[in-house]
Design a binder for this molecule. Structure first.
Ligand code: NZQ
Ligand code: ZN
Length: 389
């Protein structure tokens, strides 16, 4: 096990009606808040009205900025920074999913930064201070409600890039599983795909003797797969929704990554896809991950066989461990199919036209590698795109 530091300050408040506490929580942290949200699902569901009521009852002043799109754009982040400075906002409340939270984090990081916020995403600048953030989560997926990451797309050049800092972890996150009943099945499945990917990125590691975190990871994956089957049949099953929601947070609050080195190449490759083609992140991952697995599994067959055995209950064939490993990859792929996720680029109308451009972007024109389980060169990434066709 590697040395590590683990810190996660986000206070999670979980369960039915917890969003009613939002006004009191914000008033304990702020004088004037920016209410940040997406394209309208919170207005349709009535959550927007409940949040406003709660803020008003607590006597919190607010300004609002809606319109965050999936794969959030830096132009709105810039608008948010300007608004927060003009209005002397001292807290950001993100009501929505990963895109809204990530946009809020961009605003939070850019608020005190003197240059253009995009410089932070391009590693051309750093920030020490940021505005605090609170979250009312409406989709279990990205884990941004307690992660230190923010992923934003620049329309100019279609670069999707991230920043990460412990300071960006939200102060609180309110998680009511009932708020997820209104999710379209496709978005529920995208969320499931993303949380599984967050665990797998950490699970496939070169670090040995990490039994505890292996088993925590396997428990999350097994449970998510089990609950996904239940939600497929009964989308309004509170307990299954609750398990999935908590799993989404645990998958990415970094507990499972303690003492080990994660890979993150599949995420890196996916960000090139969703940056250019604007597909849902979870759908990009269900395409990239099986292709990545097929490309790299031979470098550590025992780990892939363990994955097959412990996550999908596939019997270990001691005479032919490779066969067990392959069966695990196949099981993963059929699970994606079962929940309605694509596993080939052709299913989301992406052809080879821009493979080279994406592989260049991912590797700084072929000069760097991506990931650590197998450091992928530009040629590896091209091969993964070919496998994903
Ligand atoms: O915009 P609205 O109208 O709210 O609709 C959203 C959006 O269209 C809808 N939705 C959300 N909650 C709903 C709902 N519809 C009905 N009922 C509800 N309760 O769902 C759509 C997708 O929302 P989005 O926020 O984009 O989804 P998600 O949480 O999957 O976030 C994806 C983004 O997070 C980034 C991804 O790259 C992507 O940009 N990630 C962020 C990470 C982080 N910050 O730590 C890590 C991840 O790996 C990921 O990269
Ligand atoms: Zn992700």
């Amino acid at each position: 096990m590697l040395n590590f530091e683990f810190e996660n300050r986000t206070k999670i408040i979980f369960g039915k009606k917890v969003e009613e506490q939002v006004g009191a929580l914000v008033s304990a942290n702020a004088k004037k808040v920016l209410l940040h949200y997406g394209g309208g699902s919170i207005k349709k569901s009535g959550l927007y009205d409940r949040v406003i009521n709660s803020l008003q009852e607590a006597g919190v002043e607010y300004v609002e900025l809606g319109g965050v799109v999936a794969n959030p754009r830096v132009s709105l982040v810039r608008e948010g920074i300007k608004l927060c400075r003009e209005e002397q906002v001292d807290f950001i409340l993100a009501v929505g999913g990963g895109s809204v939270i990530d946009s809020a984090k961009g605003i939070a990081a850019g608020f005190y930064y003197q240059g253009d916020v995009w410089e932070l995403y391009m590693r051309e600048g750093t920030f020490d201070e940021c505005l605090p953030i609170g979250v009312v989560l409406t989709i279990p997926a990205a884990g941004s409600e307690s992660s230190g990451g923010s992923v934003v797309t620049n329309e100019d050049g279609l670069w999707k890039r991230d920043i990460g800092s412990l300071k960006l972890r939200p102060v609180f996150a309110l998680l009511n599983p009932e708020l997820t009943y209104t999710l379209p099945n496709y978005q529920t499945a995208c969320g499931i795909s993303d949380m599984l990917a967050h665990v797998m990125e950490r699970y496939f590691t070169r670090v040995i003797k990490v039994d505890l975190t292996d088993r925590l990871a396997e428990a999350i994956m097994k449970s998510v797969i089990k609950q996904a089957h239940i939600i497929n049949q009964s989308p309004d099953d509170y307990d299954a929704r609750a398990e999935i929601m908590w799993a989404g947070t645990l998958a990415h609050n970094d507990l499972v990554g303690t003492g080990r080195q994660g890979d993150w190449a599949s995420h890196g490759i996916e960000h090139e896809l969703s940056g250019i083609y604007d597909i849902a992140h979870g759908a990009g991952l269900s395409i990239v991950f099986p292709a990545w697995m097929k490309h790299v599994y031979k470098s550590d067959i025992p780990r892939f066989a363990q994955f097959a055995n412990r996550v999908f209950d596939i019997e270990i064939n001691t005479m032919n461990l490779e066969e067990t490993a392959i069966k695990g990859i196949e099981a993963m792929e059929s699970f994606y199919g079962l929940i309605g996720m694509p596993t080939r680029l052709s299913q989301v109308n992406i052809d080879e036209t821009r493979f080279n451009e994406m592989a260049n972007k991912a590797t700084n024109d072929g000069t760097t590698t991506m990931g650590s389980f197998v450091p992928l060169t530009k040629a590896d990434i091209m091969a993964i795109f070919e496998l994903a066709k």
